[in-house]
Design a protein around this ligand. Sequence first.
Ligand code: ADP
Length: 485
Amino acid sequence: MLNLQRTDLFREAAYVGGEWSAGSGDSWQTIHNPADGERLGRVPCLTRAQVADAIRAADKAFAEYRQWTGKAKAAVLQRWAALMQEHKADLARIMTAEQGKPYAEAMGEIDYASSFLEWFGEEAKRIYGETIPAPRGTQRITVIRQPVGVCAAITPWNFPSGMVTRKVAPALAAGCTVLLKPAPQTPFSALALCVLAEEAGLPKGALSILTGNAEDIGAELIESETVRKLSFTGSTAVGKKLMAACAGTMKKLSLELGGNAPFIVFDDANLDAAVQGALASKFRNGGQTCVCANRFFVQAGIYDSFVERLTKAVISMRVGRGTDHGVTLGPLIDDAAFRKVERLVDDARAKGAQVRAGGQPHSAGPRFYTPTVLTEVDYSMSIMHEEIFGPVAAITRFTDEAEAITLANTTRYGLAAYFYTSDLNRSIRVTEALDYGIVGLNEGAISTEVAPFGGIKESGFGKEGSRHGIDEYSERKYVCVGNVS
Ligand code: ADP
């Protein structure tokens, strides 16, 4: 069915302390292909006691793994990256089957995911400390950096591999061990990565993949005194709950939560670049990313031509199964996601938005929505306040720069923002005025392993990727040596 070259990459098991596990053997979760609802397989629901076993194994492994040299950690991470490249087609097939994204995008995500292993493999050798000139002649002050300890990672379904390595790679590079809970919709990509991690030489217990009930696994991880850090990517609502729960054991936290990205096009923008950027930012992964443009603000002078060009491009998108040749838009992840998109479009239409393209379900199947362009959108509509997570471009007209900035910043979120202009001074002014952690200036695709990804406000905190990514998994210990004679 999946046509894998290496069938052993597809595992219907959890991975606990270096062993493949069927859990208690009597409780399972079934995973379906979102394109057609076909059953793909099942994974065990671990009991809380089994999660506790995984935590103990991670703790035991940590005692030894924390001593590894940067060079040794780098070698494993780089081997793991090379194995991902070697088995890229199989990994992409698994991803498209469980997540729905077009195969070409899944192949791109494998590159993105393996880039974190490569990057943090390199960084593992560069976890530098500091020496600080002491205020007294008899003292010497140094700062060393050490791994945080056992870490928990909870990941979403929209990037089933990328979100895994973006957390696991810096953690392992820093010398931490990791307990990862993948999203229930997409566990097979994480499990396949784990097969390759084992093959790359990662020691037993350094990485566990915990499948099953999110609340149970989450509670066991969060209540544990052994687990010293939680890195979570998901909704703001769940992130807030987990943050509150982590107060009990004062865990270090990284939270990458929802977004409501503005995409501003000024009259002086390069129109071709703006339309291309809009397509990349809005429709990648069917609009199901936290950095997807959620609100388009287009200046009056360029509004009609931007809408016309974008609509033309959107109408020509090919909707279908991710495995079909030439498809650029797959299904939404599940029925709830589909209903949300339908609700937001219907609400906007009822309140006066114009439908320029789409605006209805697509004939490819129950979870497919036709790529949509809405204009004359305003803040009375839910679509301006909620993360759409679907293939819908909602466009609002504005007149001047100050209005655009106010419109863009009118949200509780602060992850990514995009704007297009060819005016140098405006570039600087608007970049500085946008209340966001990431700004794409004349650029619609901003994710890369070399840059610090992360939000502000209710989009969370902490950076993933770049040399700063490793800070989330290491502590600075200050050492004061006295009575030096
Ligand atoms: P989405 O709506 O995109 O699925 P969620 O925030 O619900 O976003 O889910 C993101 C991840 O968080 C998933 O792995 C999910 O299983 C997990 N999750 C959801 N609720 C909890 C919880 N109470 N405890 C731990 N993990 C949770």
